[in-house]
Design a protein around this ligand. Sequence first.
Ligand code: SF4
Ligand code: SF4
Length: 301
Amino acid sequence: MKRTGAAPSRTLIVISATAMLVVWPAAALLLLHPPTVGLAVSLFFAGLSLGPCLLGYALARTPRKQLWRRLVMAAGALSVLAFMLVDRINLDLDGFFELLLAGTMGTAIGHTMVTTLLGPVFFGRFGCGWGCWRAMVLEVLPVGRGHGRRRGLWRWTAWLGLAASVVAAVLYGSVWHLQPGGVPGHVRGDSVGAVAAGILVYYVAAIGLALALGDQRAFCKYLCPTGLVLRLTSRRALLHVAADAELCTDCGTCTDVCPMDIPVAERVQAHVRIGVGDCILCQRCVINRPSGALSTTFGPG
Ligand code: SF4
Ligand code: SF4
């Protein structure tokens, strides 16, 4: 098992240098072909995220690391938003359902396969902590991280979110008959307005819930349909936070800083896996580890 530690700077520096050398030239090449302008803009922001911003994270001192992680997330999120708006493609789970109902292939299916169904088996909920366009805004709201996971009916509300996603796709289809559009990967009726309206609905729900519950990540915990699926697909992710229980002093700092209400210290003491579908790999617990017991690891475990 390979341990990458709290600040796997060398690995990150290589990734960021590679991103700048590969992604930006690819974006420039795509700009030479006007039909791929959405992808070119998206790649520009992806290069910004994985290049300079990730490099900043790798080189930053501990107190600044979370700021740089947010910058990585903001640039990554703009990469997704630019692609959605310029190419008029709904990349969210409802866009995935729309294409399924229309019986056509498209970017939303590939995107969901990579980011929500298969990718998390390897990289866990990396996207939730480092690239989500909703979390980009949620993490700068003037509300804290909540005070423990809500129980009772809150355990089931994410299923409502998933149902709403399917209903939205069906309603969209009943208006537009969910037929493949003229452009590959689109359903008839896809427009900038329709995609922007979907984004707005997500923002209203996510920001509203965060403010109502006083918890930045409330939407991720209780309503996000993508988060619900990710909880299942990332349960045994290869990239995960692991602990050396012998180093743990049970100070509880890791539990206190976790935005997903994971009882990190308790799980370390119990010798059980820390994340199990909830960890977004934000690194807060790894960075704030007075005992040095936590690290980010790639491998089974
Ligand atoms: S749970 Fe949903 S809103 Fe939260 S970071 Fe993941 S995809 Fe984004
Ligand atoms: S367990 Fe650590 S890395 Fe995972 S969400 Fe909590 S604080 Fe972030």
